[in-house]
Design a binder for this molecule. Sequence first.
Ligand SMILES: [Zn+2]
Length: 211
Amino acid sequence: MNISVKRAPASVPAIRIGDHLALDFLNSIASPQEEPLEWISDGPSLLQWLEDSGKIQSDEHSWALKTFAKAELNEVAEEARELREWFRKLLLRVKERGTSGMSQKDIEKLNNCLVTATFSRQLQKSEDHRLRLVWKNYSSGVRMFLAPVAEAIAELLCEEDLSLVSRCGGPGCTLWFCDRTKSHHRRWCSQAVCGNRVRVNAFRQRNRANA
Ligand SMILES: [Zn+2]
């Protein structure tokens, strides 16, 4: 991990404004205040992020912590961060040039992560007898935890209108989102954060010019 990036404290929830898991994955490193925070700083935090994303169940999470050595999990988290930064560059390229900006090597990189998982759907009954149909991963290799994010990236590339995928217009803001508004005029990660900040700055500048 880049040592200048601080690990996100457990009390700060990961940012979920992307409206797509692949974009929330990109946003798992971000600067909600001044300094950048990393939500996938090690193996356990990757597992937590995946559980909070609904991509692994809590029993799978504890099974992974018991089954794999910390160093192995940390290595996967490192690979996940590397995949994330690779995807950040790929997304810019694909937005600019369409899927012709994607090489066979890029496709193989994603397929190499996708192949790490074997999923099957399973019926589960909760204590209050409610039934749920969940995806269970039956792989035994530690790299299986790359599959959910690789799948989200592949889904975004295949199924979404990439012209609606943008980076927040806030100065210095690195957050990405998929604009699902009816008018397709979403400009900010959040109106309350960047939208407001830009409005306040514009207001100050106008006032200064009028003074
Ligand atoms: Zn923003």
